[in-house]
Design a protein around this ligand. Structure first.
Ligand code: CU
Length: 656
């Protein structure tokens, strides 16, 4: 609490609001929690789950002109942890009035640990000192609970009547050999601590039997590394005239791109109002883009490992877990950082310095041709604008990267790193549902599913989505030699026809088209979703995880815009039995032809752990692209100037 107060005096730069989509400032967040505490009458025992900007309507945002009056509204979720009740509030910051205050029954908030007096570390200390925990540790020969690490995991919902209405978590345990080493090398298998998060107490110990603690350390930090390789020469990224982007508040202009940067506790990085300047006119492409939800289902059926299925956005909060990024380590070159103003559970504003990194990267060749008759060579180098944020969720790290290219393309990439979740097996046991990554340490098979919500706006609000497959033409009079192939384009007429899956053998992609705007060749202007690596969940259709995270079961979902539909598994996935979010919304089969549409793309990554993932995992990548497909009349990057940078030490003209 003191830390937040101290910061308040230092934070001046983050408080100027110049646009209706600017995230809530540090001061605004403090003001909101003060209004809730003073005017809501919800009791003194309030903990804050959400404080975020309640975005104005699209019409208001799109008609906004610099200098116009900016109305500011906030959406707040609070928990009265004594009464175990959750409330949603809408607050106007100008009038300081609460416009809506509503009790939300039968839901649980995202993770909140502690109370008005107790922060997470103090909370963990209290749990460690519980006599039931000490007794369970003693059984395993562990006498120093200070070296214990309790990671709280969501308990999911397997229909256990005793859990109904309670705010619970499972404490999974690891034991360090010394205070600074890697706890995940020494899992305490078979010990699950059931935690009541409202009462802040241990309610039960589930002991599945003792398994020896694995013998080896798994340290990766530089303090434990005996020697480093010595043959690396420095790489310097220099931009002597500075970067090519311009930043005004949260607005970014980079060459022909124009966009705004936002941030929320739940989604982390948000990209708003993306447009591209074409022949002097700013053409809209995307109204809002963000990670709407993600889940990591684990594939081991033993003990209570089957309950491991975490919604890292909805149950934890991706923005809340954001790292403060460091120059030269996380980001290289001429960097512009953005800070994020968030809040602690008491509603005090907090600041994550350098939560978002923006820079330019050389990206190899943009295009090239050699005219073999004239000998003329034309090459352009590609440069991309990178906007990213990296988060730590327990043992894992995720980097979320948006790339903007000079040819009008956009790419989304997730970088997965950190430490694989570890369990222990007795000596000599070879686990079926995971990989032994060190003696007696198993990393279970698991998957990572991300859903990206793309509120599209291709040259205007009203868009349509088409599925495009490449098909082999039948042998016929026209196709005598069997070489012919063509494309088959199918309109997704309503939400019920959405929920599509990738088909790499049909080279399937989806276009988002504006039927009222035609390109040079008379076709509707379009952007396309080009899938990358993807797959479906390895869990049965009627399994708990499949019901709770139904968005995993299709890769492309299409819905009519609704400002209440932001998160692919619904607003409150914590302990939710399932059925909320995308699979529910599409039941109404709303018309999707020439409408204000939201496209939701799910990308899945399979993780069968490797020995090389231990003790810390080299980055794995997964992503997809959003590319112009008849949006421009020709290659929009012809005007990128030739490069005259010959900076190799050997004097060569290197291109790749
Ligand atoms: Cu993984």
């Amino acid at each position: 609490m003191n830390k937040s107060k101290k910061l308040s005096a230092e934070v001046k730069f983050n408080n100027i609001i110049t646009h209706p989509l600017d995230p809530l400032s540090f001061d605004e967040i403090n003001k909101i929690s003060e209004i809730v505490k003073a005017k809501s009458d919800l009791g003194k025992e309030l903990l804050f789950e959400t404080i975020m900007l309640l975005e104005p309507t699209k019409e208001k945002v799109l008609s906004f002109k610099k200098g116009d009056h900016i109305d500011r509204n906030a959406f707040v979720v609070v928990l009265n942890f004594k009464e175990e009740k959750i409330y949603e509030l809408e607050i106007n910051l100008i009038s300081e009035k609460i416009h809506r205050c509503e009790f939300i029954p039968n839901v649980q908030p995202a993770f909140i640990f502690g109370d008005l007096e107790m922060d997470f570390n103090e909370w963990e200390s209290k749990m460690k000192k519980d006599p039931k925990v000490i007794e369970a540790l003693k059984k395993r020969g562990i006498t120093d609970p200070d070296l214990l690490q309790i990671d709280p995991w969501p308990i999911s919902n397997f229909g256990n009547k005793d859990e109904e209405g309670k705010r619970l978590a499972i404490g999974r345990c690891w034991i360090r050999r010394e205070p600074e080493d890697n706890a995940y090398a020494r899992p305490i298998e078979g010990l699950s601590i059931i935690l009541d998060l409202n009462k802040n107490e241990v309610v039960d110990i589930q002991d599945f039997g003792t398994v020896p603690i694995p013998p080896n350390d798994g340290n990766y930090s530089q303090n434990y590394q005996k020697e480093f390789r010595t043959d690396l020469k420095p790489i310097e990224i220099t931009q002597p005239e500075g970067p090519s982007f311009k930043v005004d508040g949260n607005e970014v202009k980079w060459q022909k791109w124009n966009l705004r940067i936002g941030f929320t506790k739940r989604e982390g990085l948000v990209i708003h109002t993306v447009g591209y300047e074409d022949n002097g006119k700013l053409r809209p492409i995307l109204y809002r883009a963000s990670l709407s939800e993600m889940i990591v289902p684990y594939g081991d059926p033993t003990n209570d490992h089957f309950k491991k299925q975490v919604f890292d956005a909805g149950e934890v909060g991706i923005g809340k877990c954001a790292n403060s990024l460091e120059l030269g380590c996380d980001c290289l070159g001429e960097i512009r950082y953005f800070d994020a103003s968030l809040f602690d559970i008491r509603g005090n504003a907090t600041l994550i310095k350098n939560a978002i990194c923006m820079h330019e990267e050389d990206y190899g060749i943009l295009w090239k041709h050699t005219d073999t008759r004239t000998g003329e060579v034309e090459t352009r180098r590609s440069r991309r604008l990178v906007i990213s944020s990296i988060v730590t969720v327990g043992n894992y790290e995720y980097g979320f990267f948006w790339y903007f290219y000079q040819d009008g393309g956009i790419e989304y990439e997730v970088k997965l790193t950190g430490i694989v979740n570890s369990s222990a097996v007795p000596p000599g046991v070879k686990p079926k549902h995971g990989t032994l990554v060190a003696p007696q340490v198993v990393a279970h098979n698991h998957q990572h599913f991300f859903n990206v919500r793309l509120d599209m706006m291709v040259d205007g609000i009203e868009n349509s989505v088409y599925e495009v497959d490449t098909i082999l033409d039948p042998i016929s009079e026209e196709n005598k030699h069997g070489n012919a192939f063509s494309t088959k384009k199918t309109l997704i007429q309503n939400e019920g026809e959405g929920a599509r899956i990738v088909d790499p053998f049909a080279a399937r992609y989806w276009t988002i088209s504006n039927n009222s705007k035609k390109n040079y060749m008379g076709e509707p202007v379009s952007y396309k979703i080009a899938p990358g690596e993807n797959l479906l969940p390895f869990s049965h259709k009627d399994s708990v995880v499949n019901k709770r995270a139904g968005f995993m079961n299709a890769h492309l979902w299409v819905t009519q815009f609704n400002n209440k539909e932001l998160y692919a598994s619904g607003d409150y996935p914590q302990q939710h039995p399932g059925g909320d979010g995308l699979p529910k919304w599409i039941q109404s089969k709303r018309d999707t032809k020439d409408k204000d549409l939201v496209v939701w793309y799910t990308l899945g990554h399979n993780h069968i752990p490797r020995l090389e993932d231990w003790p810390v995992m080299p980055v794995a990548y997964i992503g997809f692209s959003i590319k112009p497909s008849g949006f421009f009349d020709k290659n929009p990057a012809l005007d990128v100037p030739p490069s005259n940078n010959h900076s190799c030490s050997s004097g060569c003209n290197c291109c790749n």
